[in-house]
Design a protein around this ligand. Structure first.
Ligand code: CAO
Length: 447
């Protein structure tokens, strides 16, 4: 067993070990780098002048060495190698190491020689240093040569960058500071997009992947892209469904008298005016309910509740391209006939695909009516950042007990989905009961 020592390194004393490239048990060749040293101006490798097996490594990064410091204990590969020179006395071992074979590298690759150039030149000195890398898919270490100046190596170490991973942009294949930074940027961007892709694919909920089915196996199919509106509304609906803690309350309103009034109004309406609809009354009822239960006329903004003092009501409109939600602004200042008129106009514009973005913004709450289509109760998805949405079913004549007998009444199914972060259940119950009572007798709005 022999000692490998730091050879003559010129004027350097107490120089830092920044990398130890060998481990106990490693079989090393002549010329293989043992350690990397770094002065304030240069980085240098100390190569071995012997082949053999490393038995013990005596240095670690951060240690400080000078000529003669012991790097490791080595067992020579063959007797001849050992016999050719006493490691204690020659090459790595000897302070003044005679080269046993002409043409072989000096005991220390002459990095120090590059130092004066480095000091003189504004560009960082180029110090090709062998660094260990683990080849992808292989457990064995290989060594490749990377040219980089000490400040670049320092930066790479501080940022945790493996220099062999960095693509040199320089024509001389030097790794420069900007190459390291570009590598960090690219790595961050790719990991950010990997996270985004993972979140998109798992919805951030750690769900099973979406089933991939070859539908053609089961029968004839054709594939069409989602419409633009469906793509947009789909993303919004999905976000709102997963991020808002929805609760839905169900109630019903006896609208027999209101319907009679509506029929009368439409009979009396002048030629060409828009039909007064149940939905127009519902918009007015929502305004009154929002005025009475102001905790519904809010939006969540971080830890704040934004209380609104305006009353804009959205209504879902079914269009050939998908669902849109135009907004009736300042519905508190408009009468039922004017609201019906505006709704008809907005629905027409929506179906023509000509709604401007501004016409779908600023809603306080929305109404989704399937009353013209059918069905009773359903669970509408809140249109964020609103905190409530009213679902309207089809009014039907039902036998209702009046205390002494059943009588036929027109009953309107109502569903209210609300954001439980902003609203409590008791408030939601009161809101919906009040809204239903208004639809039964609109005079209550004056109370
Ligand atoms: N109960 C019983 N009948 C009702 C009703 C109700 N709740 N609401 C409407 N009706 C009747 C109307 O009185 C009308 O009958 P008449 O032609 O005899 O007068 C008929 O149904 C059609 O009404 P409408 O749907 O044209 O008008 P509207 O004002 O009720 O609705 C609009 C307008 C734009 C909301 C509607 O056309 C629409 O697009 N609805 C679909 C909304 C939707 O897609 N919701 C689901 C969203 S979640 O995917």
């Amino acid at each position: 067993m022999q000692q490998l020592r730091v050879p003559d390194i010129g004027d350097y004393r107490n120089i830092s070990v920044i990398d130890v490239l060998i481990r106990a048990g490693d079989t090393i060749d002549v010329e293989q780098s043992l350690i990397t040293l770094e002065s304030d101006k240069a980085t240098m490798d100390v190569p071995s002048t012997f082949a053999g097996t490393i038995r013990e490594v005596l240095l670690k990064p951060g240690d400080v060495v000078s000529m003669g410091s012991v790097i490791a204990h080595i067992e020579f590969a063959d007797a001849a190698s050992g016999a050719s020179g006493d490691a204690n006395e020659s090459t790595n071992a000897a302070p003044a190491a005679p080269q046993s074979e002409p043409g072989k590298a000096s005991a220390l690759r002459d990095r120090a020689a590059s130092e004066p150039q480095a000091a003189a030149a504004p560009a960082a000195p180029i110090t090709p240093v062998e660094v260990p890398t683990i080849a992808a898919g292989s457990a064995s270490a290989s060594r490749v040569t990377i040219a980089a100046g000490p400040s670049v190596r320092k930066l790479a170490r501080e940022l945790g960058v493996v220099l062999t991973d960095v693509k040199p942009g320089d024509r001389n294949a030097r790794v420069l500071r900007e190459d390291v930074l570009a590598h960090v940027k690219a790595t961050l961007a790719s990991s950010a997009s990997a996270v985004a892709a993972a979140v998109a694919s798992s919805d951030g909920l750690d769900l099973l992947p979406w089933p991939e089915v070859d539908f053609a196996r089961f029968g004839p199919v054709e594939r069409n892209p989602l419409s633009r509106i469906k793509r947009i509304s789909g993303g919004n609906l999905h976000r709102n469904w997963v991020r808002i803690p929805h609760v839905t309350n169900f109630d019903q309103a006896d609208i027999t008298d209101l319907e009679a009034l509506r029929v009368t109004l439409n009979r009396e309406a002048r030629e060409g005016s828009a039909k007064v609809t149940v939905l127009a009354f519902l918009i007015k009822a929502c305004v009154s309910a929002l005025q009475r239960f102001a905790q519904f006329n809010v939006s969540l903004d971080g830890q704040d509740l934004v209380q609104k003092h305006y009353f804009h009501i959205g209504f879902a409109a079914d269009t050939p391209n998908g669902l849109v939600v135009p907004v009736i602004r300042d519905a508190d200042r408009k009468g039922v006939a004017a609201i019906a008129e505006e709704m008809a106009e907005l629905a027409k514009t929506a179906r023509a695909g000509k709604l401007a973005a501004a016409q779908m913004q600023g809603g306080c709450m929305s109404i989704s009516s399937l009353g013209g289509i059918g069905g009773t109760h359903f669970t509408p998805i809140i249109n964020a950042p609103e905190v409530a949405i009213l679902g309207v079913g089809k009014a039907e004549t039902r036998p209702v007990w009046n205390g002494s007998a059943f009588e036929p009444r027109l009953v309107l199914p109502l569903s209210l989905s609300w954001d439980h972060r902003a609203v409590d259940g008791a408030e939601a119950g009161r809101f919906l009961a009040y809204l239903a009572a208004l639809m039964t007798d609109f005079r209550r709005a004056m109370l």
